[in-house]
Write a protein that binds this ligand. Structure first.
Ligand code: CUA
Length: 658
């Protein structure tokens, strides 16, 4: 078969190739083997052959998710989530536009930060990936059998959805919290009335049923900046932890005004207790407008519903629902050890890494070891909850992951390094430089109950001299370390899309076995699908023309259409009749003001076109699908408005001739 040729390189040899392509200095003896097809053939290793991982990196300001193979560092997919994608038509087609609907209207872009894999018993299970939109607060679900976004829920009463979407070990909830406190509900007030009028919310979103995401409840909290979260597991199951900074409640020049307090807080939320309060009616139902969008895989189409209210818990009405743990200083990350006992804060201005103990926290709550209360929320005594402060770790500690062997790894932005320490003994055992200015780091499963502690991925904010220069804008840099030995070892650099803010990793075989290769044509319920060439047709309804068109190697049916008039809106509904893996066809028509569409085997998609002038317009397949790909083309004749050229369509002389 003359299909697309793909160079698949995985496993250990890919490491070498990856390192060379990334431009970081590889081991010397390998340097002669660069880049020839011969070498690439020699190093071909079938996927899944060695210990391989999928790594899902957020795209940051790209709004998408990029998927890499590890340890090769090769980009294998961009998943379309919150940004329109002209390559496939996502967010342009009438089928997918509803996915990007919000209470603010259609939003073509967002900022993704934290991918989070679904879990069963605290272990990533490979069913779904969740990811937040930071700017217009939303959470998306990506189905990992198709690598497509299938659901997006908007978060009401929120702004800057950063502490999101961190998951409970049973995937019951994902979290969302306000990085920016705002008036809740929104109203027109002076910004200087911050202390009086601005509040935060911590939200719990139902996540374990596809198509049924919903805001289960929100907790109304003091107007701080809620930054990151992680949920408890094992003994701390039932709790989630959120960092906060700006307990100073500054609203201008935060770099100074929000850096005054010696300690801010980690909020410990007992979501089991919250569920009790909801069941007992101890909440307020507050009007709020927000969208829930979901994709029907059989109809090949997205739908939106608008929700009108949300349940809000006021902490003083639900005693025991949350506590504050004082934490130095402007904490950023909060991470829970695999056994669920240790809660590590990343005080970005602190000189130590504070580690809280969950069992000490429970004891402190029982003994009411409170320092004070804020809006009905008890603040626990620092010494009563602290396990230890890791001394002299680094500068600017941010985020922590675990290797499952008793060690924690914290990223340090200011000193550009990863520090490895025994978190029970509170003793630093190793450190490795990163190039440069690391933000998050990721160990596959490293924030779960079962880390696969083989590799560590550093996601760096600054690239500088790591690649060939590409003008003022450089791709950001990810770096892979081997963490199987006592000392971390840098293996390779690779370039990333957008800002690789955070990532998740999972062994390849968990996902590979469930990956779909086609959409079954027999199950296609798209209202404009055609399942055989004989059913292809063109129908006029006033000024609307619907083209029911099929595509298969290497022709369209119909490929000649006449009788379209200026003033018409033409809907090309393309069904790809192929039922073979990796045979998409594309469709573009000259002068279309929309993106192309890329149609997967068995799928139907629509391109909307408003021709502006009489003439004959070519259309063609945009995806190199066969040896006769260049022959996969056709014409549309457009006549002046009011002309009486009859509607006519055909391919060749025998098929669909009318
Ligand atoms: Cu179909 Cu190229």
């Amino acid at each position: 078969m003359l299909g697309k040729k793909k160079l698949l390189v995985g496993g250990l040899s890919a490491l070498v190739v990856g390192a060379l392509l990334a431009g970081c200095p590889p081991k010397k003896e390998l340097k002669t083997e660069v880049g020839t097809a011969e070498v690439a053939q020699k190093v071909y290793v079938p996927p899944g052959k060695y210990d391989e991982f999928y790594a899902f990196l957020s795209g940051g300001f790209s709004g998408q998710v990029s998927v890499y193979g590890l340890p090769s560092g090769r980009l294998i997919k961009i998943i379309k989530v919150f940004s329109q994608d002209p390559e496939t038509g996502y967010g342009y087609t009438p089928e997918t536009k509803p996915m990007l609907m919000t209470s603010h209207g259609f939003i073509p872009w967002d900022d993704t930060h934290h991918p989070e894999l679904s879990q069963t018993d605290g272990v990533p299970d490979g069913r779904w990936l969740f990811i937040n939109a930071n700017n217009v607060p939303r959470i998306a679900r990506i189905d990992l059998s198709t690598f497509e976004t299938t659901e997006i829920i908007e978060i009401p009463n929120s702004a800057g959805n950063h502490a999101s979407p961190f998951i409970t070990p049973d995937s019951k909830y994902v979290t969302a919290a306000t990085r920016f406190s705002v008036p809740i509900p929104q109203k027109d007030v002076p910004i200087s009335s911050y202390a009086e009028n601005f509040k935060g919310t911590l939200s719990f979103i139902k996540a374990n049923e596809p198509g049924k995401m919903d805001v289960a409840f929100q907790i109304l909290v003091p107007g701080y900046d809620y930054d990151l979260a992680h949920c408890g597991k094992g003994p701390s199951y039932g709790w989630c932890f959120f960092t906060s900074y700006n307990t100073e409640q500054a609203y201008t020049l935060l770099e100074i005004n929000a850096s005054k307090n010696d300690k801010d807080y980690i909020a410990a939320v007992n979501w089991k207790r919250a569920e009790e309060c909801i069941a007992q009616g101890k909440y307020q139902e507050i009007p709020a407008t927000y969208y829930h969008n979901y994709y029907d895989e059989k109809k090949h189409m997205a739908f939106s519903e608008v929700k009108k209210s949300v349940k809000v818990i006021i902490p003083k009405d639900c005693p025991g629902v949350m506590y504050y743990l004082p934490t130095p200083k402007s904490p950023h990350g909060v991470d829970v050890s695999p056994d669920g006992e240790y809660i590590i804060g990343g005080g970005k201005l602190a000189t130590v890494i504070p580690i809280h103990s969950f069992s000490k926290m429970l004891k402190a709550i029982e003994q009411k070891a409170f320092e004070k209360e804020v809006d009905g929320i008890p603040v626990l005594k620092y010494d009563a909850v602290l396990h230890c402060e890791v001394p002299k770790p680094c500068l600017g500690p941010l985020h922590t992951e675990f290797d499952g062997k008793g060690f924690a790894y914290t990223s340090c932005f200011v000193s550009s390094e990863v520090v490895k320490y025994d978190y029970k003994q509170c003793k630093v055992v190793d450190r490795a430089p990163t190039y440069y200015s690391i933000g998050h780091l990721m160990i596959p499963g490293g924030d779960s109950a079962k880390p696969w502690g083989k590799y560590l991925l550093a996601m760096n904010k600054i690239t500088k001299d790591r690649y060939l220069p590409t003008g003022p804008e450089l791709f950001q840099s990810a770096q892979l370390y081997d963490i199987t030995g006592e000392k971390m070892q840098l293996l390779l650099d690779f370039a990333t899309i957008g800002e690789p803010h955070y990532a998740q990793g999972i062994p390849a075989d968990i996902i590979m076995k469930n990956v779909k290769k086609i959409y079954p044509l027999a199950e296609n319920e798209h209202p404009y699908a055609v399942k055989a060439e004989k059913d292809a047709r063109v129908e006029r309804k006033g000024n609307e023309v619907h083209v029911y068109m099929t595509m298969i190697r290497s022709h369209f049916v119909p490929d000649n259409i006449e009788g379209i008039k200026v003033g018409d809106t033409v809907y090309f509904h393309l069904t790809n009749l192929e039922q073979d893996w990796d045979i998409p066809h594309g469709f573009a028509v000259k002068g279309s003001e929309d993106a192309e569409i890329l149609v997967m085997p068995g799928e139907t998609k629509t391109l909307v076109w408003k021709p502006k002038a009489p003439g004959v317009y070519p259309f063609y397949c945009t995806d190199f699908c066969s040896a006769l790909h260049q022959e996969m083309q056709g014409y549309v004749r457009v006549s002046p408005a009011g002309s009486n050229v009859p509607l006519k369509y055909y391919t060749g002389t025998s098929t669909a001739q009318k």
